[in-house]
Write a protein that binds this ligand. Structure first.
Ligand code: SAM
Length: 235
């Protein structure tokens, strides 16, 4: 099942929502704080959130200190996720597939994405579109599953790291397709499209987090997330 359809599958969605409601997953413990630390000041910016889900990040950006983003467009393929999306006067939502979503050239200041781009098959093409949407010096800040997680495991050991492409995993009882790309491919793709890297992070849970949430222990042994902040050239 591809990401574009996955979050409208009722059985999958029930499991995913349960995980998020309990606030015990990687999103709340690691991804949200790491993303917050990488974002530029968003006051007055025009922002797009790719794979916005229920709009948590979109609304946080609109409500940021000192005014917040001027406008945020949250884009997601899932009708079920968007049906739950949080309303805010400066946030709009649009149902679309990231594979062919389009925007006018040079129309946004910041493109963000939390844990959605590993569902996109053609990252090179997507980064080309993102670069076209951004104004000069615009920002692209995103998180994805770390490539040591999307790469295959053979008997518990990382294998075929350089073999990029689709990987099928079972998640909440459903076969889920994610796309594996090496760290070098992700970073080089950004640079090919005119981005300079501002920060690259591989956050791990602290010992205190593991003590409070023992199921996070595995994530101290290998990084679960990759976060990248990149900035388009001034011109
Ligand atoms: C793990 S959820 C993350 C949601 C949100 N960004 C967050 O951090 O709470 C991944 C989201 O990506 C969306 N998604 C996956 N593939 C997509 C695609 N091809 N086009 C648009 N959205 C997609 C899913 O519908 C889902 O809402």
């Amino acid at each position: 099942m591809r990401g574009v359809d996955l979050y409208d599958d009722p059985a999958f969605l029930t499991g995913y929502r349960e995980l998020r409601r309990e606030k015990r997953g990687l999103n709340d413990e690691l991804e949200i704080p790491a993303m917050a630390g990488l974002l530029p000041a968003v006051d007055g910016l025009r922002v797009i959130d790719l794979g916005c889900g229920e709009g948590g990040l979109a609304v946080r950006l609109a409500e940021a200190e000192a005014g917040g983003a001027a406008e945020v467009l949250g884009v997601d393929a899932s009708a079920a996720m968007l049906a739950r999306a949080v309303a805010h006067p400066r946030v709009r939502y649009q149902r679309a597939d990231l594979a062919d979503f389009e925007l006018p050239a040079a129309s946004v200041d910041l493109v963000v994405s939390s844990l959605a781009l590993h569902y996109v098959e053609d990252f090179e093409e997507l980064v080309g579109r993102v670069a076209a949407w951004l104004v000069p010096s615009g920002w692209f800040v995103f998180s994805v599953e770390h490539p040591v997680v999307t790469a295959p495991l053979v008997e518990g050991t990382l294998d075929d790291y350089a073999d990029e492409g689709p990987r099928q995993r079972t998640w909440f009882g459903r076969p889920v397709v994610k796309y594996h790309r090496t760290l070098a491919t992700t970073l080089a793709t950004l640079q090919r499209h005119g981005f300079s890297l501002q920060a690259v992070q591989e956050p791990l849970p602290t010992e205190a987090q593991v003590a409070a949430h023992p199921h996070l222990a595995i994530h101290r042994r290998r990084p679960p997330l990759l976060l990248v902040s990149a900035r388009l050239a001034a011109n």
